[in-house]
Design a protein around this ligand. Sequence first.
Ligand code: ARG
Length: 465
Amino acid sequence: MSEKLWGGRFSEKTDKLVEKINASINVDKRLYSKDIEGSIAHVKMLAHESIIAEDEAGAIVKGLIKVHAQIEKGEIDYSDELEDIHMHVEDALGKVMEKASGHIAKKLHTARSRNDQIALDVRMYLKDEINNIISLIIGLQKTIVQKAQDHIDVVMPGYTHLQRAQPLLFSHHLMAYYEMFKRDRQRFEDCFKRTDVMPLGAAALAGTTYPVNREFVKELLEFSEVSENSIDAVSDRDFVVEFISDASIAMLHLSRFSEELILWSSSEFGFITISDAFTTGSSIMPQKKNPDVAELVRGKTGRVVGNLMAIITLLKSLPLAYNKDMQEDKEPLFDTVDTLKICLDVYARMIPNIKINKEKMQNSCSKGFMNATDLADYLTVKGVPFRESHALSGKLVAYALENKKELQDLSLTEFRKFSDLIEDDLFEYLTLESMIKRRKSYGGTSYDNVKSQIVKAFDELNNSE
Ligand code: ARG
């Protein structure tokens, strides 16, 4: 005879290997707190609707609190035979209630299935984690804005195609990441809304014959809505897909940031120095100081994107309603949560520990003809149509290259060989400072723009607390 909670119709023992593949306890044990909280709400509802007696519910709640304490203290042995966290909690409840009223523990699962129970647990868990992640993003954004403010006037080369393009304020470049993380935060806030739907009461798939009060459970567990369709409630994990997708986008942003930090910290760039606490050495090359944190974050992006593929593939073509395949949703979900959290956290700690090599950044701006667009603009302001100014500036670049000079090193006489509209004021026009100052179109890199972006960002961050 099988002793399993579902063992009524079974006469043979489950195969050991089946037990192993069936068990999810090693993964879903992290849901114990939510599972117990959900059960307490469920049992209170059962009593409230007189489905079980008030004193029975009271005894079960007491028992569940004991089980919670046991798990916290590590006093519960997990075993594959009991499959998952739901069965472990129920089994432990039976044991703690054994002496007084063991049979009462068996009433807990009235009007409920593990199908709606797991949907509830995952939603409760994810709501908390989304909030944790939003706080971590805000923490990271703060360090970014602070860094931008501390280095407001540092000029660096801006790149397109990784070729020097136009000068930028380093603070402006950093604030680009502020914007990316702002959208990430908004995506998680939005995902929260769709996660915040209470599925309990859907039971196995069709709802239940008991007069349950789903609103009551929803209120107790602080959900915003109850699910409308019992089949949908137990079948879909689109909120998990959405979460991992949002996490993948956030990781993509972190991976781009990482790539830049890695490049900038190389001797070839030398734009930044990451402090010792956030770098590691080499076991063979004594001179090495490696940007491992950035590299690991870049690498972990692959894991999270892999998790996204896993959950999408898992759900593809799955018939309604619950299928055991869905038990496989937790590993990618939990791994995504853990990975994203540690990456955001370590980044927020690392950013303040990065030294900005102002001179190096600034000096890199004096080479590479980054003022060629401004030379064209200068001519355009003097009345030359832009396409013609562009061509003239291009010719001047070619001339300077031939003569192994930069544009700002040419003499007025050399410039005037190409256009007599060029006057002495060009030299001031081509300085880094005036190039930055003139880019005052909304969202551009001028000092004034970036300063007000920083003020706005600090405001947004303070208001989000
Ligand atoms: N451990 C299961 C899961 O994570 C819980 C639901 C099991 N339902 C079932 N009918 N066997 O999906």
